[in-house]
Design a protein around this ligand. Structure first.
Ligand SMILES: Cc1cc2nc3c(=O)[nH]c(=O)nc-3n(C[C@H](O)[C@H](O)[C@H](O)COP(=O)(O)OP(=O)(O)OC[C@H]3O[C@@H](n4cnc5c(N)ncnc54)[C@H](O)[C@@H]3O)c2cc1C
Length: 431
């Protein structure tokens, strides 16, 4: 059952605060704006989607990984860690847990540190947000796609109070004068949900820059041609991904579950490193991605292991790795896996086990990416309020900003924290 919500398809002609985009960040910003300002302040959340909360509903496989046991700035990439920390600490994980508990959604922590609703249903999270928005006096208007946000001259009509309307929010179904705007349009991931990057254009039109490149984050990677890893499709195992410069300097490593697919690689360790590979190769096309199939081993330790193998390398490797992978590694090193190995083949095998080069040709794109790397840089935002340093009265929250988290509830935590700061500050702003 949907909770009772104040929905409309027509925009009011004026609003004190117009929240553009009613996803996780937008709903949160609207709730806190409404709670902070009280009933005299008209908060309108405008969204282009026919059904609100598409991403919340699909998140975490339909269970919605709301946050993580511990969230720190180093769980994110994009803007600088100190800048991200400033926002996170204003609304940390315990506040998220308290907010949802008060809204009737108890969260449970899983072994991985991820927090999910005890119902295991994302719907309870969305319903709670919608109910809280209504209670806070927020009017949700949808589907109404914002096509332009015009900054009005300072002396524009003051309306029914002394504070001027600074913006005209133009949608495909009419326009609305707003005193303040909170831009929460998300990034470019899962465009069918309504987040197709138009928010970047809206921010640009108001004087902001968008970082380059903007690339998918948390996205499966594609491997060249008929690479042997594709033949292992369906295999999941813990592994380490290593991103290096051409000269071999380590840039980033991620460790965790890794899935071989018929197109390449997926799973948390791959998703986590994907944005780093995509960004790094733009700066330096020769960057390399390697995979260590036995994360706790080095080429030297594997070499030692193989030297002591009396029944051939395959027998040793299949004790530690899935049979299909062990066979492939032997084959790629040029051995059947039985009998003695020459020193050269043994070295090659040790190298393959701990650092198979991955000829990545690309990624599966924004259509399947869970997040977006790139957006409005935090340097253009006052981090105490999330107000634009360029366009007074404009605020930002969520994935439209240049912040993306690793797998595990971090992206939603960013939406909650930045949404809280933007919503409360927008409500306190009196022009
Ligand atoms: C499949 C999938 C699973 C995920 N699972 C998790 C998870 O379990 N945990 C986690 O932490 N993160 C997860 N994420 C990431 C997380 O969903 C996002 O980081 C988060 O939703 C971002 O919130 P947001 O409000 O900034 O943007 P969005 O959720 O993208 O919301 C933006 C809203 O703005 C609206 N909009 C856009 N442009 C306009 C416009 N011009 N006019 C009007 N409205 C507009 C859109 O319709 C949308 O409703 C997942 C993402 C995907 C794709």
């Amino acid at each position: 059952m949907h909770p009772q919500t104040d929905h409309a398809t027509h925009l009011p002609s004026t609003a004190d605060i117009a929240v553009v985009g009613a996803g996780a960040a937008g709903l949160f910003a609207a709730i806190w704006a409404g709670r902070t300002a009280g009933p005299t302040c008209r908060v309108v959340a405008v969204d282009g989607a026919r059904k609100l909360g598409a991403k919340i509903l699909v998140a975490g496989g339909g269970r919605c990984n709301v946050t993580h046991h511990t969230v720190i700035e180093h769980d994110f990439a994009g803007s600088s860690p100190p800048a991200i920390r400033k926002v996170l600490r204003r609304f940390p994980v315990d506040e998220t847990v308290r907010f949802f508990a008060t809204a009737g959604v108890d969260l449970k922590q899983e072994e991985t540190g991820k927090l999910f609703p005890v119902t295991d249903s994302a719907r309870t999270v969305l319903n709670a947000l919608m109910t809280e928005a209504t209670t806070a006096g927020v009017q949700c208007v949808h589907p109404a796609r914002v096509t332009a946000i015009e900054a009005l001259p300072a002396d524009a009509a003051a309306g029914d109070s002394s504070e001027a309307f600074r913006f005209r929010v133009v949608t495909d179904g009419g326009s609305c004068l707003a005193r303040r705007v909170v831009l929460c349009t998300g990034g470019k991931s899962l465009p069918k949900s309504g987040s197709d990057g138009v928010g970047h254009a809206l921010a640009r039109a108001l004087g902001h820059s968008i970082t380059t490149p903007v690339v998918p984050a948390l996205v499966p990677l594609l491997l060249a041609g008929d690479h042997w890893i594709k033949q292992l499709s369906g295999l999941t195992l813990p592994a380490r991904l290593i991103l290096t410069t051409v000269s071999g300097k380590r840039l980033v490593t991620t460790t965790g579950s890794t899935l071989c697919t018929h197109q390449g690689l997926s799973g948390p360790a791959v998703l986590d490193i994907s944005r780093h590979w995509l960004v790094a190769r733009q700066a330096e096309p020769g960057v390399r991605l390697l995979i260590n199939w036995l994360p706790e081993e080095t080429p030297e330790s594997v070499d030692q292991l193989l030297q002591t193998a009396t029944r051939g390398p395959l027998a040793v490797l299949r004790q530690r790795l899935p049979e299909r992978l062990a066979r492939q590694l032997c084959e790629q090193a040029g051995t059947t896996g039985a009998g003695d190995l020459s020193r050269a083949v043994r070295k090659t095998l040790g190298q393959l086990v701990t650092a198979t080069p991955l000829p990545v040709t690309g990624d599966r794109g924004f259509a399947v990416a869970e997040a977006t790397a790139g957006g409005v840089p935090l340097t253009e935002v006052n981090l105490k309020t999330m107000e634009s340093r360029i366009c007074p009265g404009l605020y930002f929250a969520g994935e439209v900003l240049d912040v993306d988290g690793r797998i595990g509830g971090f992206n939603f935590q960013w939406a909650w924290s930045s949404g809280f700061v933007a919503g409360t500050a927008a409500a306190q702003d009196r022009g």
